[in-house]
Design a protein around this ligand. Sequence first.
Ligand code: NAD
Length: 434
Amino acid sequence: MSEQNHESIFQDALGRLDVAGKYAEIDQETIQRMQHPIQIIQVAIPVRMDDGSLKIFPGYRVRHDATRGPTKGGIRFHPEVNLEEVKALSLWMTCKCAVMDIPYGGAKGGVIVNPKELTPLELERLSRGFIERIADFIGPDTDIPAPDVYTNERIMGWMMNEYSTIVRKHSPDVITGKPIALGGSLGRSAATGRGAYHCVKQLEKKKAWNPKEITVAVQGFGNAGQSVAELLHKDGYHIVAVSDSKGGIYREEGFDIPSLMHAKNESRVLKAVYCEGSVCEAVDAETITNEELLELDVDILIPAALQDAITKENAEKISARVIVEVANGPITIEADGILDQKEDLIVIPDILANAGGVTVSYFEWVQNRTGDYWTEEMVNHRLEGVMCKQFDHVYELMEEHSISMRTAAYVLALNRIGAAVIATGTSAYFSNKD
Ligand code: NAD
């Protein structure tokens, strides 16, 4: 990606806020604040490699806004991490937490590394090294990291342990997405898919669908994609296509999702060497490409893989009636413009559709702070309450202003952040003393 593109990611994110700003009841100081992350830390992490050599990995932590509470956001390990992307992701986190009305601002972190090239011990040293560098900036009351692309619960466990060592206090509430044995929350691993499922169920009520007549395609049959597919399947939806990085499969009558999950995650029955461990080997079905999956004539399309899946090149060819953005940023801003022209197409935006994950992360933090651990039923029940309530808020704003659901979600976020900004006093307050 060119430097030019890097720069535009944060500007694009701000552009979406500007559009929503026209409908939000806010003081302009809110937008002014959103344009400037409150803190940006750049670090260099020296790691002793297994062969005795030294490698230095660059990393970032960006705290975007803390008006509504401590900042929250994942840590990404990826070779293409760059500061502008981390800034944009931190802004999205501010908005996502506001949409869900959880008392956090937004943050994000990243390390430039290909973790697949590291041994487990090197990965542990890197994870601990990153925390050692940012320990003065994070904390249970200031900034609470979580997993993101190529970081997982084991890495969160190492990071929590490292932070606890540095502050000489057991601090499970400094990070979420931890293993259950180290203070993680029940229900966290399925939370993102479950949150997206509740969005679909709310839409089902509004549109009076019969799930048995609805077809669904899921791009990215990983953690979040599998969870949402499994829950929809249980309710009678026909999941007719799924894919992973190696390709996709299509079956007109729909898949039995539990068997597919079993085949992908455990048995790994080989049908074709080229797609070992991939969904395309799992069952008898038509093999399709990821591009074909996106263009299928289905009712619901769920991009649950990576960002930028739908671009200006393929947006025109999208036939789905509903898109549920489980991935972060799967639709580029140009593609958004094209999809907006399609009458009756509803896009449930990422800052709502995939917010089940950060919501249960918040539940995890609450449990760590109180020492009162909830059952999985409690977690799921509370998640359902939050998702349905905020979905309805966004939907009402969409109808009230005749805007897209994405813009409506940003309006809701801005209204909430704006109320907090006004409560601290804006120029309207300070310059009118009479
Ligand atoms: P994951 O790694 O478990 O699954 C990702 C899946 O996508 C894998 O099956 C992978 O093979 C597949 N994939 C990769 N490239 C692909 C491509 N080009 N085409 C089709 N499939 C491809 O990750 P996850 O946790 O399920 O996250 C998926 C998306 O959801 C990411 O964009 C992530 O940022 C977003 N998200 C996840 C969470 C969470 O809690 N897991 C929360 C918010 C957002």
